[in-house]
Design a protein around this ligand. Structure first.
Ligand SMILES: Cc1cc2nc3c(=O)[nH]c(=O)nc-3n(C[C@H](O)[C@H](O)[C@H](O)COP(=O)(O)OP(=O)(O)OC[C@H]3O[C@@H](n4cnc5c(N)ncnc54)[C@H](O)[C@@H]3O)c2cc1C
Length: 390
């Protein structure tokens, strides 16, 4: 049975309840304190790991949950719907795909059980660089083969959770762009042991941001990484990353749906209880219509998210749906955030209501991990057949 507002809570109700129970131990004040201190929610991530949620997408034979993308999306939706922030740990779900799909049997046997058991965290994904944001193939970080190692030199920016992860999935150029047929060639993917790397030339520098996202800059100064840590073939890293993007888009969409639900539930509660001019503010059309409008858009985005899940789990092409779901959900969560803050009036700015914190967090998904303009460029080119614009 769906809930009374029509969201698909009948999908995986037990899983949802389990996530809700866990999140109930980490209420608003927990996140407010961390936000003020810019601190990492170690207890929350530990609890999520012990419950097996962060290993949901690891196949069962390696000790993981063997979940579908639809189930994984329900986990992230419930985290964000509870008022928490899946961004503190979601990368473990996204990045896992590269290792699961393209790692060798040896690599999978070495890392996946350790990650599933919670002994290792794979929370960091290093793609973006100061001079290469949306244009991934322009990255400059080099990996040069030296016998049975690669020597990594370069810089990454916005590498989130690097200080709270044991492993980093890194994209680096193994063949210079002017020596390959296409710029998408010559990029390779590595699983970097962050503890070893920090002892051999990696510097991690935190970046102050408007939200508590534990993001950093990485400086590689001749860091040596064993060739055995390269995922898949040399030069095919960009393709491996593209493979994982649909999963990433769908999971981000689910987080945004969770955010949107949180904002709408909060807005409705407040609109019903706050009395001004002798009546609840929610009785005014000027207050209730924007909430209803945000709800309508969120419901539509959620349907696209489930359609993308259906296609993905059925092994069918889902690039258009995954991208659309991500964009529509991020936009409708942002609308809902605005409406929720507006509905709360001045109290929306008070940290104890959590609205301003979630407002800052919800904005991110219109920009990262891919900006909505790039989603539109994808749709224009690959769905509508328009000329590539960039
Ligand atoms: C808090 C945070 C955490 C992050 N975490 C990670 C992480 O863990 N790992 C990682 O690798 N990266 C991470 N990122 C980086 C993120 O993926 C990038 O910010 C994002 O891909 C956009 O790149 P950019 O910021 O360089 O923007 P740019 O590419 O410089 O774009 C700037 C603006 O121009 C627009 N634009 C650019 N080109 C076009 C075009 N052709 N047509 C239309 N519009 C265009 C974009 O939409 C955007 O609005 C994070 C970013 C943030 C802010």
């Amino acid at each position: 049975m769906s809930n009374e507002w029509g969201f698909a809570d009948d999908r995986f109700p037990e899983l949802r309840r389990a996530v809700q129970r866990l999140c109930a131990d980490f209420p608003g004040p927990y996140w407010q304190k961390l936000d003020a201190a810019k601190a990492y929610p170690t207890d929350f991530v530990q609890a999520m790991t012990e419950a097996g949620f962060l290993a949901a997408l690891i196949p069962e034979e390696y000790g993981g949950g063997g979940a579908t993308i639809a189930e994984a999306s329900a986990i992230l939706e419930e985290i964000n719907r509870s008022g928490a922030n899946g961004g503190v740990c979601h990368a473990q779900m996204y990045t896992m795909g590269a290792l699961v799909r393209h790692g060798s049997a040896e690599q999978k046997a070495r890392w996946l059980p350790e990650i599933a058991a919670g002994h290792l965290r794979l929370q960091a994904f290093g793609v973006t660089e100061p001079t290469a944001g949306s244009d991934t193939t322009a990255i400059q970080t080099r990996a040069v083969r030296d016998s049975d190692e690669y020597i990594i030199t370069g810089q990454k920016i916005w590498t989130s959770r690097a200080e709270h992860s044991d492993l980093l999935l890194l994209l680096a150029r193994t063949t210079l762009a002017d020596q390959v047929e296409r710029r998408t060639h010559g990029l390779s993917l590595f699983l970097v042991d962050l503890h070893e790397a920090t002892n051999t030339g990696l510097t991690i520098r935190p970046i102050e941001t408007m939200l508590n996202h534990h993001t950093t800059e990485l400086f590689f100064d001749g860091v040596r990484v064993p060739a055995a840590n390269r995922i898949g073939d040399e030069g095919k890293g960009f393709r491996y990353i593209l493979d994982g993007m649909n999963a990433e888009r769908i999971l981000i969409a689910a987080e945004s749906v969770g955010d949107g639900r949180w904002f709408i539930e909060k807005a409705v509660d407040y609109a019903n209880s706050r009395v001004v001019f002798g009546r609840p503010i929610g009785q005014n059309q000027g207050v209730q219509f924007p909430i209803a409008n945000a709800y309508a858009h969120l419901r539509a985005a959620d349907l696209m998210r489930w359609e993308a899940c259906r296609l993905f789990d059925g092994g069918l092409p889902c690039g258009a749906e995954a991208n659309l779901a991500k964009m529509l959900a991020a936009d409708s969560a942002w609308d809902a955030a605005n409406v929720c803050l507006q509905t709360h009036g001045g109290f929306g700015f008070a940290t104890e209501y959590d609205v301003e914190r979630k407002f800052r967090e919800a904005k991110l998904y219109q920009i990262a991990p891919v900006s909505n303009n790039l989603v539109l460029a994808y749709v224009a080119q690959h769905v509508l057949g328009l000329t590539r614009s960039y």
